[in-house]
Design a protein around this ligand. Structure first.
Ligand code: HEC
Ligand code: HEC
Ligand code: HEC
Length: 114
């Protein structure tokens, strides 16, 4: 009985952690209500979580509000509006870190729009 209870607790804890970490893949065009001309970006959240700290991208450990990679202030792309090549998603978030961390082909279009 004790073993069953422990097993249940373990499963519950894992479920909670998975939930707290947010989705594995996120459709950013949908999330940020971006009208698209390119293929919508399916953001591999899980792959980033494996390599980085939550607070590299979010204002807190729990997720939620994103962090501007240039200024460290809150970053709210849905409110800023994303349109065209020179947009805040590129300049103040994705590209900024990809350049800083020398991600291979970090700025090539098909890496993200595919
Ligand atoms: C490389 C950047 C990056 C890292 C690292 C990262 N996240 Fe996220 N996360 C995002 C983006 C982008 C979104 C979706 C867009 C948005 O929230 O506006 C998101 C969404 C979420 C969501 C969904 C709720 C929401 O705000 O829409 C949760 C929960 C979350 N992240 C938690 C975490 C936790 C916990 C960690 C650390 C284990 C983490 N994230 C690491 C970028 C990141
Ligand atoms: C804080 C740093 C950081 C931010 C912000 C960030 N990335 Fe990344 N990204 C990385 C790193 C580091 C890697 C390389 C991971 C590896 O070595 O596999 C990566 C890899 C990727 C990959 C390739 C994953 C694969 O399959 O190998 C994609 C796609 C990607 N990022 C998309 C995005 C998009 C879209 C955004 C903006 C919404 C973004 N990233 C924001 C750090 C970041
Ligand atoms: C590191 C990831 C990343 C790379 C590389 C990238 N983008 Fe983006 N781009 C985004 C994100 C995130 C958005 C906003 C969400 C969306 O549109 O799905 C966006 C939005 C856009 C938009 C506005 C929305 C639309 O579809 O019209 C255009 C235009 C665009 N990108 C063009 C490009 C071009 C051209 C390249 C190559 C020079 C490029 N992007 C490379 C992540 C990236």
């Amino acid at each position: 009985m004790k073993k069953v209870i422990i097993a249940m607790m373990v499963v519950f804890t894992f479920a909670l952690v998975a939930y707290a970490a947010g989705p594995a893949t996120i459709d950013l065009a949908k999330e940020w209500s971006t009208p698209t001309t390119k293929k919508a970006v399916m953001f591999p959240h899980d792959k980033h979580q494996a390599k980085l700290k939550c607070v590299d991208c979010h204002m807190t450990e729990k997720g939620g509000t994103l962090k501007n990679q240039k200024t460290g202030a809150a970053f709210e792309p849905a409110k800023l509006g994303i349109k065209g090549m020179k947009n805040p998603a590129h300049d103040e978030f994705c590209w900024e870190c990809h350049t800083a961390k020398s991600v291979p082909q970090g700025k090539s279009c098909t890496k993200c729009h595919k």
